[in-house]
Design a protein around this ligand. Structure first.
Ligand code: ADP
Length: 295
């Protein structure tokens, strides 16, 4: 009870307009947190919560949403407030009414166009000014001038070390080390820009709103190779073909993308291994085998 009181007070304070809950209902579909839709007299909010030590995860999510919103090319939910109540951490976001049966077509074309525009927003170094999480795993964003060392150390290396701590040693580590030592092979004619990335762009993290506008949410923002975002769209189910066509028309992919795609998705697969266990081990190893066959 105190939990919801804290949240309503926080919403009222941040929006400077009194809010009280008329109805609430749980929302499914998330992979990490519990979520609720909170309806007041004339506002609706989306609340996610987890254990109290996840507050920094929510702070980073809010910062990521603000970073994408600043780019002003693609719709994201506005963060309202976040904090701790009792033994829970929470974040409150603008609630967006999603179209449950989107007619995709023009909306995913717009998503492709908008993501291309977002990827044209660049900075000079890879990384970001703060750490965040991928799922609930820490994601390290230390600035680096070299994309190869960024991906080797802060993406593959970090997940491989976690995997070793989780008991996935031997083969996986041996192959992982070999790949880390050979990364330059994948970048012989390619130096990516440091593009603003969503960072966790699987098909569960975009939707079409009631007006037909694409929305992306639940980001793991950093600046890096845009191919990492596109690779992830292909990882769990893929996006509609019109999305890829529109993206390419607006920002053509490099010819070497297909060989790097597995390199980028290996990071997410290792993260699944670390989060959800050995069911993902054989897939990690076969991705490593495929990549090592190219070096
Ligand atoms: P998690 O952090 O647990 O992965 P998500 O951020 O993916 O949770 O949210 C869970 C589900 O809630 C999403 O799949 C989506 O359907 C819905 N959702 C997410 N953000 C909003 C929002 N701002 N407004 C309305 N529904 C949302």
């Amino acid at each position: 009870m105190i939990f919801w009181e804290t949240i309503t007070q926080d919403i009222s304070a941040q929006t400077q307009s009194s809010f009280s809950i008329v109805s609430s209902r749980p929302v499914g579909g998330g992979s990490i947190n519990s979520a609720y839709r909170l309806v007041g007299d004339n506002q609706t909010y989306f609340v996610k919560y987890n254990v109290a030590n996840k507050l920094t995860m929510f702070e980073a999510e809010a910062a990521g949403l603000v970073e994408i919103a600043k780019a002003d090319v693609i719709k994201v939910p506005k963060p309202v407030c976040w904090g701790i109540s009792g033994d829970s951490a929470y974040i409150v976001l603008e609630h967006i009414e999603f179209n449950p049966r989107p007619g995709f077509g023009s909306s995913v074309v717009e998503l492709g166009r908008q993501l291309a525009a977002m990827h044209r927003i660049t900075q000079s170094q890879y990384g970001w000014h703060r750490e965040n999480t991928i799922g609930s795993t820490p994601q390290i964003n230390h600035f680096d001038n070299s994309w190869i060392s960024f991906w080797r150390d802060h993406r593959l290396g970090f997940q491989l070390r976690l995997a070793a701590e989780n008991g996935f040693a031997q083969q996986l580590q041996r192959k992982g080390e070999k790949l880390q030592d050979s990364l330059a092979v994948f970048y012989e004619n390619y130096v990516p820009d440091a593009s603003l990335l969503h960072g966790d762009l699987w098909s569960g993290n975009y939707a079409i709103d009631a007006q037909g506008k694409p929305v992306i949410f639940d980001p793991a923002v950093y600046y890096g190779d845009r191919e990492a975002d596109i690779a992830m769209t292909e990882l769990f189910g893929g996006f509609p073909v019109e999305f890829y066509r529109a993206y390419n028309e607006n920002y053509a992919m490099d010819v070497g993308y297909n060989s790097r795609k597995t390199l980028y998705n290996l990071y997410h697969m290792l993260n699944h291994l670390n989060l959800f266990g050995s069911g993902y081990l054989s897939q990690c190893e076969s991705m490593l085998d495929r990549l090592l066959s190219e070096v």
